[in-house]
Design a protein around this ligand. Sequence first.
Ligand SMILES: Nc1ncnc2c1ncn2[C@@H]1O[C@H](COP(=O)(O)OP(=O)(O)OP(=O)(O)O)[C@@H](O)[C@H]1O
Length: 455
Amino acid sequence: MKAHRQLTVVIKLGSSSIVDEITHQPILSVLTLIVETAVKLHQNGHRVVIVSSGAIAVGLRRMNIEKKPKVLARVQALAAVGQCRLISLWDSLFAHLLQPVAQILLTRNDIADRTQYLNAQNTFAELFSMGVIPIVNENDTLAVSEIKFGDNDTLSAITAAMVQADYLFLMTDVDCLYDKNPRTNPDAQPIEVVDDISSLVADVSSSGSNLGTGGMSTKIVAARLATSAGVTTVITRSSKPGNIVEIVDHVQASKQAVSLASSFSTDPTDTPPLSSSASSLQPEAAPKPPLHTRFLPDPHPIRDRSFWLLHGLAAHGTIFIDDGAHRALVSKAGLLPVGIVKVEGTFSQQEAVRIVVLHGVRQNTTTAARPNGFPASTRTVTAEHDSEAGGIIAEPVEVGRALVNYSSVEIARIKGLQSTEIQSVLGYADSEYVALRENISLEKVSRPVTPGRDT
Ligand SMILES: Nc1ncnc2c1ncn2[C@@H]1O[C@H](COP(=O)(O)OP(=O)(O)OP(=O)(O)O)[C@@H](O)[C@H]1O
């Protein structure tokens, strides 16, 4: 690997890359190559994190059980058995190359508190400074569905954002993302670069390997999270870990070439000399890297606290807002009760909620302007029920998350009202805002609301 600035690289391995799908035996050849690659990156001055699935599968093998049981307590017990062996396997493989490793087991609860999230960040930073490679997994032994990341693709994206990684490698049993599942469609076409994930067209609906949890769909979710935090995300084949070094080299060289070329001149007629180092670094001159899918990072990434608000917390309910309130949030105002149309779920003050816009909810603009300059709404009428508005409500769209100043019961009573009315309705007014701007984080790409999804 050529000399580059220090990079942070997160490598996520799915269960099907760690253990054989049928026998559940660890695939030592892959694990060894991953260890060699991680140590090589580390020796070149880079920071490496491994996110390793496989605890339940290794537990199945250890206890000679063929199929994953259905009872949760049994699955969690197997995860406890398997995690122990899995980490000892990693530790002994890394030990051959004198590389210290550390185990970090996370649940969503561990990072739901801001102080704990910052603590986790500090622990990672300290491990990096000690030259240790952290090995992360979800704490399957403790996590119940409400506090689960759900799959290790999501966990790896949140980890990558937490350590402000440059790269997230989602290693799997196919070369890259295809326009449809290559296992069942021999004519599937590879997708090599995704520069705008919101306009990605690929069929990822079919499930993955027998051991895998999410197939490609959870990798797309992970790529969306990670790229929004500025992390270049790559899907590539786990049986060829050497690809990681080649892909990083290729991307870094391409970036260097682009920045060198643009530093010559902005005048298109002023061509850089052929002998310049920039021209020799042109991406097309570099050898083609191994097949992979690369999701380009957002050029204006969401940074730490906003990312944590959006993805570190589990939402306890939903606040539905109108278009005016949405425009106010986009213009960096806080959320006033007047823009709230509906509230769902049960939550307390300072808990996280989803913010969903009901586009097409008509505003009555007869009253004074809001403090932030947007028209107030004293009465909300849905277009569905309002012939004057002449339309139908568009699909509800989730636009972000917030930590609220009032509980669900309180918000249900003050929704649609002016802030000056909070005191008379509730008997107290902790804040004129239901959520302060600093406690609101908006998504880069808004998404239609899908029941049950929580990342
Ligand atoms: N459009 C697609 N492109 C590529 N693979 C796809 C696509 N749609 C579905 N797949 C399936 O996704 C599988 C990879 O997902 P899987 O969940 O098995 O991954 P994993 O990361 O190895 O495991 P884990 O979920 O435990 O992390 C592939 O083997 C493939 O069959």
